[in-house]
Write a protein of this length. Structure first.
Length: 301
C-alpha cells in the first residue's frame, strides 16, 4: 500500500477502481483495500461482537454467528483483548496493596497519563511537553480560552463556524459573557456560501484578513463534525497570526482521524476528546495542547 502514500484518499480509491474496472463505490474496491492492508492483523487484537449477541430485532434475516460490522468507533471502540488482563492486574494490585497503588507498581495510578503522553503527542503532531491528558473536552476548552481569550475594546471577536459543535458554541458564548462582552457583537460566525455545504478555505482566509484587527481568537474545528470537512489548519493558523490573532482548534473529530502537525503548524492551542476516533469510550481522558512558544507568557487574565 506504499504506492498510495501522499495521495488524497479520493485519488487512491479512483486508482484502485480504475485498475479493477469497476465503480469507486463497488464492494470490490473495499475488498481490495482490506486484502492489502498492512495493518489488517491488528484486527485480531480486538473482540468483535457477534450479531446474535446484539439487540437485533429480526435474526432470521442475518447469520447470528457472524461478527458484526462495527462502525461505532467514534463513540466506543472495540474492546482490546488485553483490556481484561490489564484491569484484573490493577484490581489485584488494589486488593493487595490498597492506597500504595497510587505510587507503586508498574503502572502507578497517580501518574497514569504519563504512560501515554508520548503516544498522544505523536498522534497530534506535538512535543510531549506540549500535551496534557486531563478532564473532558469542554472543560479543557474553557481552561484554554481563559488563557488565550484576552479581549480588548478593539479586539474582542472570536471567529468560529456557524454550525460549530454545540458545546463549542456554548463555551465561546459563555467566555465572551464572562469577559463582559456581548456575543451578538463578539461572535463572528462563518457560514458556507448559499447552496454549498462546506466552507471554502478562501472564504475563511478572507474573513480573517478583513476582520483580523478585531479578532482575538480564531477557534475552529479541525474536522467539522456535521459535514466532515477537514480544515486547512496550517493556512488558517498562518493567516490568523499574520493579523495578530491567537489560533486554536477543537480536534475532537480530527485526532486519530486525520494527520495533525499542531507544533509545526504553529497552532497556539487545541483540545480533543479520546472517545471518538481514538476509540476510548466513556470516561476516557481528554487532551489539551499548548504550543511551547507560550510556555511562560500566557496566563489567565
Amino acid at each position: 500500500m506504499d504506492k498510495f502514500v501522499g495521495l488524497h484518499p479520493r485519488e487512491a480509491v479512483q486508482q484502485v477502481s480504475s485498475s479493477l474496472g469497476c465503480s469507486p463505490s463497488s464492494p470490490q474496491v473495499a475488498a481490495h483495500f482490506d486484502k492489502n492492508d498492512e495493518l489488517q492483523d491488528l484486527r485480531k487484537n480486538f473482540l468483535v461482537p457477534k450479531i446474535a449477541d446484539l439487540p437485533v430485532s429480526d435474526l432470521s434475516l442475518v447469520d447470528g454467528s457472524e461478527e458484526c460490522i462495527y462502525l461505532c468507533g467514534n463513540s466506543l471502540g472495540l474492546q482490546p483483548k488485553m483490556a481484561r488482563k490489564y484491569l484484573e492486574e490493577e484490581l489485584d494490585k488494589w486488593a493487595k496493596i490498597g492506597v500504595h497503588g497510587h505510587t507503586d507498581g508498574s503502572r502507578p495510578w497517580a501518574w497514569a497519563e504519563n504512560n501515554i503522553e508520548d503516544l498522544m503527542a505523536k498522534i497530534v503532531g506535538a512535543k510531549t511537553s506540549e500535551v496534557a491528558l486531563m478532564n473532558g473536552l469542554t472543560v479543557n476548552l474553557h481552561l484554554l480560552m481563559l488563557s488565550f481569550y484576552k479581549p480588548t475594546t478593539s479586539r474582542h471577536k472570536i471567529l468560529l463556524e456557524a454550525r460549530a459543535f454545540p458545546s463549542d458554541h456554548y463555551a465561546v458564548e459563555s467566555q465572551i459573557r464572562l469577559r463582559g462582552f456581548d456575543p451578538q457583537h463578539s461572535m463572528l460566525m462563518l457560514s458556507p456560501r448559499e447552496g454549498e455545504a462546506t466552507l471554502r478555505t478562501a472564504d475563511i482566509l478572507e474573513a480573517i484578513e478583513k476582520e483580523g484587527e478585531s479578532i482575538a481568537v480564531v477557534m475552529l474545528s479541525g474536522v467539522q463534525y456535521y459535514t466532515g470537512q477537514l480544515f486547512d489548519m496550517a493556512a488558517i493558523t498562518q493567516a490568523g497570526h499574520k493579523k495578530g490573532c491567537f489560533v486554536g482548534f477543537d480536534c475532537a473529530h480530527a485526532a486519530g482521524n486525520a494527520e495533525l502537525q499542531l507544533h509545526d503548524w504553529g497552532v497556539d492551542f487545541a483540545c480533543w476528546c479520546s472517545y471518538k476516533y481514538l476509540n476510548s469510550g466513556a470516561g476516557g481522558l481528554a487532551g489539551a495542547f499548548v504550543h511551547e512558544k507560550h510556555q511562560h507568557d500566557v496566563k489567565p487574565a
